[in-house]
Design a protein around this ligand. Structure first.
Ligand SMILES: *Cc1c(COP(=O)(O)O)cnc(C)c1O
Length: 388
């Protein structure tokens, strides 16, 4: 029976319909290249949207992180601190640069980087005479990390911050756009993100000199010579003009997409909030989350596991997922240094064991959402609270 029900996905692309117009313009002018007027316009519109002096459109969020590390001169033997509770793409570019990641645990109020763990890690590094070259702070599922605390600590030690805002475009921290508080911020336009170009990313900063250098690195680092000459290592990371056209149309509806995701979260909270067995991901005061993915944790000793809920949802053809597995637990990063929030409180590990992400796409219907809600209520032996 369930197989007859249309699949509900975690997060699908949501086109506005205006993308085609921009793509047609690119065709009409034959700008089918990793440069062009849509790329320039998308960068300007993006910078205006988040409030930075500039932006560089690239092929992925991962590429944007890689460029930020390169701009901060991260190289072999250097250390880079990174949130542990995140997708592997946050840390992979550290390895691309031959540097060594050190993972920092989360704190319970935002699920993001623990200022307390960060401070301990920096103090230890200072004592060892090996401060990190950068700190990568992730804003998980749209929720901003405790940036005031994190920036104070990093400023004290003189370490620059890269904000991995791949999941938090449209979110704000104390009135400022998520991704604009550190030296560099990065966004992702992968297919599952809040807006998409099918694949793409953006590097933002107020350092225009650095952004010019990013464009240079992203186009194979060509020297200003009459022939092909290269003095530095570059990459092929520039966004295609076609995809930038898609991005422009998507950016126009970003606000609507954020509102829709927040409304989805609000409905989950209203319909499931009475279940004592679960707690939704918090939203820190003075922050505004885009609620990219709605997530909740099971209380300890509920007798129900994340896997059981995933199984029940799958039976009804509904996609849900575990939250990110912390990077310090990944086989890839075995043996890497890691700093816990507290020696008896490993926050990311604890959330990982009890956390689940449920369908949150901005194109989900109320009816589809009620299907998800009914299944979850049934797992806990509760009738649906609303009859459709
Ligand atoms: C999606 C994502 C990335 C990577 O973005 P891509 O565009 O897929 O390369 C990086 N960090 C986080 C936290 C992400 O969710």
């Amino acid at each position: 029976m369930a197989k007859n029900k249309r699949r509900i996905h975690l997060s699908l692309p949501h086109m506005s319909g205006r993308e085609q117009k921009y793509i047609e313009q690119a065709f009409a002018t034959n700008w089918i290249a990793p440069i062009g007027p849509h790329v320039d316009a998308f960068e300007q519109e993006m910078a205006a949207c988040v409030g930075t002096k500039g932006a560089v459109a690239v092929t992925s969020g991962t590429a944007a992180i890689h460029l930020a590390l390169r701009l901060l001169d991260v190289g072999r033997g250097d250390r880079v601190f990174c949130s542990s509770f995140t997708f592997v793409a946050s840390a992979n570019p550290i390895i691309y640069q031959g540097a060594e990641p050190v993972f920092i645990d989360s704190e319970p109020e935002t699920w993001n980087m623990s200022p307390q763990a960060l401070e301990k890690a920096l103090l230890d590094s200072k004592r060892a005479g090996k401060l990190p070259k950068a700190v990568i702070v992730v804003h998980l599922y749209g929720q901003s990390a405790k940036m005031d605390e994190i920036m104070n600590i990093c400023d004290h030690y003189g370490v620059p911050i890269i904000e991995d805002a791949a999941e938090s475009l449209g979110s704000a921290y104390k009135g400022k756009a998520s991704g604009t508080l550190g030296r560099f911020g990065i966004y992702s336009f992968n297919g599952n993100k809040i807006i998409t170009t099918s694949g793409g990313g953006m590097l933002v900063s107020n350092d225009e000199v650095a952004l010019r250098k990013a464009r240079f690195f992203a186009t194979q680092a060509k020297d200003p010579a009459p022939y092909y000459q290269h003095s530095e290592l570059g990459y092929n990371y520039r966004m295609s003009n076609l995809l930038a056209g898609v991005g422009r149309a998507q950016l126009e509806v970003l606000e609507d997409r954020v509102k829709a995701r927040r409304e989805i979260f609000r409905r989950y909270e209203a319909e499931l909030g009475d279940l004592p067995e679960i707690s939704f991901m918090p939203e820190l005061e003075q922050t505004y989350s885009n609620r990219w993915l709605s997530a909740f944790t099971l209380e300890e000793n509920t007798g129900i596991t994340v896997q059981e809920i995933l199984y029940s949802l799958e039976q009804e053809n509904i996609e849900a997922r575990f939250v990110w597995k912390p990077l310090h637990l990944q086989p890839l990063f075995k043996g890497t240094d890691y700093y816990a929030h507290d020696k008896d409180h490993h926050v990311a590990e604890s959330i990982f064991k009890r956390g689940i992400c449920i369908p949150s796409g901005s194109n989900m219907t109320v009816e589809q959402q009620m299907r998800v809600i009914d299944v979850i209520r049934a797992v806990f032996g509760k009738e649906s609270s609303v009859v459709l």
